[in-house]
Design a protein around this ligand. Structure first.
Ligand code: HEM
Length: 220
């Protein structure tokens, strides 16, 4: 691909395409989409997401004015409150007591926080990997979760996947890709963002592997 003429949003999508397929077809995701996981496994997964979004959103305020990451900080994307409601539903009001991340999740969250502190362009890579995915494939996961475990449509348990303030996800994604295309970074830095995006996918893959080991064929 001629990288000079290709929009950055296309470059980053194409560069992560293979890893996206790996994530989709990971044992844990295949079991989830195949309706083979217990609700316990789903709750454990939701807990991991809480640690990741706490890292993404706990640092968001400080990045709001940043010339590179600032334009991406959009409160309508924030997921922490929704995850907390889902966890209260899945685990009860004491969901936070004794909650620990899996080792892969801890490493993932630590890297997001490190980028937020020291390298805002790297934070953009993590932001893209999670939020654009949630707006896309997340909807397939929500539908499956509702049907497998009987959550109310778009209700408690799957609120993480519901972006109440984004009425037109396709238009939002188009706008997001425009932000990517205009990201305040030169070609070398854009290449580094793509590398960090690959790393973000690797972190997600590692979390899926650890979940897969904890819930091997957890037929409900
Ligand atoms: C079973 C799991 C998954 C399914 C079914 C799925 C499905 C999809 C679909 C259908 C799209 C295309 C949307 C479009 O063209 O507008 C998409 C995009 C995306 N997904 Fe996933 N996905 C899954 C898992 C993941 C995971 C684990 C990640 C990373 C954490 C991820 C990150 C992304 C990203 C970043 C995009 C946007 C690509 C772009 O247009 O730039 N997905 N996903």
């Amino acid at each position: 691909m001629d990288t000079l003429d290709t929009p950055f949003s296309t470059l980053i999508r194409v560069a992560s395409h293979e890893q996206h397929t790996e994530a989709e077809t990971s044992t844990f995701m295949s079991d989830l989409l195949g309706g083979r996981l217990t609700v316990e496994a789903y709750a454990r997964y939701t807990e991991q997401l809480w640690f990741v979004y706490r890292a993404l959103e706990g640092s968001a305020g400080a990045l709001r004015g940043d010339p590179v990451a600032g334009p991406f900080i959009r409160p309508e994307l924030f997921r922490t409150a929704e995850l907390q409601r889902d966890l209260a539903h899945l685990r009860g009001p004491d969901w936070r007591d004794g909650l620990h991340p899996l080792p892969a999740t801890a490493a993932y969250a630590a890297r997001v926080e490190e980028c937020a502190r020291t390298w805002p362009a790297g934070y953009v890579a993590h932001h893209y990997t999670r939020y654009l995915g949630d707006l896309s494939g997340g909807q397939i996961i929500r539908d499956k979760a509702e049907r497998t475990w009987g959550f109310a449509r778009k209700g408690d348990g799957v609120r993480f996947y519901v972006f109440e303030q984004i009425t037109n996800p396709s238009a939002f994604k188009r706008g997001y890709r425009e932000l990517l295309d205009a990201v305040n970074a030169d070609d070398l830095e854009r290449q580094r963002i793509i590398e960090e995006c690959r790393r973000a996918f690797d972190f997600n893959g590692a979390v899926f592997r650890e979940l897969g080991r904890e819930f091997p064929l957890s037929a409900a």
